[in-house]
Structure formats: C-alpha cells, structure tokens
Ligand binder design. Structure first.
Ligand SMILES: Nc1ncnc2c1ncn2[C@@H]1O[C@H](COP(=O)(O)OP(=O)(O)OP(=O)(O)O)[C@@H](O)[C@H]1O
Ligand SMILES: Cc1ncsc1CCO
Ligand SMILES: [Mg+2]
Length: 267
C-alpha cells in the first residue's frame, strides 16, 4: 500500500509541470501573494478571484478551487458559496481551509454553510480539525494549540461523516479518507514561523486535486510531501524565518519529482 501511494505521488509531482492546472483561489489577504508564488513554484497556475459576480463563472472554468476563510467577510462569503456550488456543478474538486473556524460565531456559521457544499478535501491544522469534528481543542486563533496525534481520531470521524479526505498538518502530517491513512514526515520548525504557509499548502492541495483523476487521498498526500521535502531542504540554507521563506520557494521550484514520495512514512 505504501509503495503504491509513493508511486502515485511521484507520478502526480511530475504531472504537475506538464499539466499546469488552473487553480482558482478564494483565500485571505495575508495568504494571497505567498500562495500564488507557491503555486507557480510547483508548476500550477494561480488565479485569485473572489467577487460573487464572477466567482461562479470562473470556478467552472478552473481545474480546481480553494476556499479559505482566513479573512472572510459577507461579500467574500457570497463569492465562496457561488464558487463552491459552481465547482460541484462542473465536477471540479474544491478544497476547504477552515482557518480558525471555531473562533467566532460568524466563522462557525460560515463554516457550517460551506460544509453543506461537500468539500472534496479539508485541510487544516490540528486544532481546526479537532473543532470541526465537534470536540474541543486548544486553538484560539489561526495557529494550532494541539498536536496532529491528538487530531487523528477527529480526522477519521470527519472523513467518514462527510465522505471526504482530511489533511492535518503539523510537525508531522496525517491524511485519511476514512479507510486509508498516511503519515508524512519532514519539513522544518521554521514553517509555522512563516505566515500563511498552511494556506499555501491548501492551495497546493487544490492544485494536486486538479490533476489527481479523483484520487484525492493521494492528492492531499502529494501536497504535504512536497512541503515536507522543500521545508527540509530550505532549512539547510535558512538563517531565520525570512531567509527560510525565500529558500522554501527556491526548493519547491527545483524539486526532484521522486523526492517528495520518500517523505511518506506509512499508509
Ligand atoms: N514543527 C514543524 N516541523 C515541521 N513541519 C511543520 C511544523 N509545523 C508545521 N509544519 C509544516 O508547515 C506547513 C503548514 O502547516 P501548519 O500546520 O503550520 O498550517 P497552519 O497552522 O494552517 O498555517 P497558517 O494558518 O499559518 O497558514 C505544513 O507543511 C506542515 O507540515
Ligand atoms: C494571520 C492570519 N490572520 C487571518 S488569516 C491569517 C493567515 C494564516 O492563517
Ligand atoms: Mg491555517
């Protein structure tokens, strides 16, 4: 099983540069620039389009959609809803990043409504995944207060309840579709010190979903494996959080397609 997953992930990483999928991102103000640069570095084509007047039309043209509620407000929420509905109608995958969804009543309500639109993959940190399953965790804002280990059971519950793929990031990462499971090891302790890397990971997850021919379990793993590999390479050269961010983009844009799969520990 692990070897099959590794082969699938290596194939996805090489396919990215050939296919150059168009990834429609409705993300937060903090994440937009780094997410677009990360998508370009892995070989995808980003477009940040959020107006409700055009988000639905664009979602049906794009190869995949990302919805991230990091700085959500009512007008943006309308854009997210019409885009997710259009992606579903056009048979395009969409990834949901429920940033700090537990923090306020407004976010909880926005998240509940987006969850009814059946996201293809949900990518969050441990605190976000624990709270999404209805348990209480240690999160207060956008950073996780819980470990991935503590979020595993919540991830399994969510995957089965919503028939979706759950991708949990942290010091090591965990992916499940309710039946299969994978752990991804690597990255760097500098990663949580660079804002919106998790948001960029969700955008990368959407890019892999676009080319995964419905193997969304492997798409989620591929994105994490690329981040684990590039994060570790970048840490070898970084002098701090600033140079790490630059070195991370360099490492992503020069990835050897067979290297990320070696970061998959089990499945
Ligand atoms: N201590 C760590 N060691 C190695 N890698 C890490 C560590 N913490 C996070 N990462 C990696 O950083 C990336 C972002 O994950 P993280 O869990 O920090 O997302 P997040 O909390 O949603 O981030 P943000 O909200 O700032 O975008 C993932 O690829 C994850 O594997
Ligand atoms: C810092 C921050 N605030 C809202 S979204 C975001 C980016 C990391 O999730
Ligand atoms: Mg996040």
């Amino acid at each position: 099983m692990t070897n099959q997953t590794r082969d699938n992930v290596s194939a996805l990483v090489s396919r990215m540069r050939d296919r150059k999928p168009l990834v429609h991102c409705i993300t937060n103000y903090v994440a937009m620039n780094i997410s677009a640069n990360v998508l370009l570095a892995i070989g995808a084509s980003p477009a940040m389009i959020h107006a409700p007047e055009e988000a639905g039309e664009f979602a049906s043209i794009a190869d995949a959609l990302l919805v991230n509620i990091g700085t959500v407000s009512p007008h943006w929420f309308n854009g997210m809803s019409v885009a997710a509905k259009a992606a579903n109608a056009a048979g395009k995958p969409w990834v949901f990043d429920p940033v700090a969804h537990f923090a306020t009543a407004y976010r909880r309500e926005a998240t509940a409504q987006l969850m009814t639109l059946a996201p293809t993959i949900i990518r969050g940190n441990a605190s976000e995944i624990i709270a999404l399953a209805g348990a209480s965790g240690g999160g207060r804002g956008v950073d996780s207060g819980d470990s991935v280990e503590q979020a595993k059971e919540a991830a399994r519950t969510l995957a089965r309840r919503y028939c979706t793929v759950i991708s949990v990031s942290g010091e090591h990462d965990f992916v499940t579709d309710g039946k299969r499971e994978a752990i991804i090891i690597g990255g760097s302790a500098w990663m949580p010190s660079v804002t919106a890397l998790g948001c960029s990971l969700s955008a990368t997850t959407a890019a892999f979903a676009a080319i995964a021919e419905k193997n969304f379990f492997c798409a989620a793993i591929a994105a994490l494996a690329c981040f684990a590999e590039a994060g570790e390479k970048a840490a070898e050269r970084a002098e701090g959080a600033g140079t790490f961010a630059i070195a991370f983009l360099d490492a992503l844009s020069t990835l050897d397609s067979s290297a990320p799969a070696q970061r998959i520990a089990s499945s």
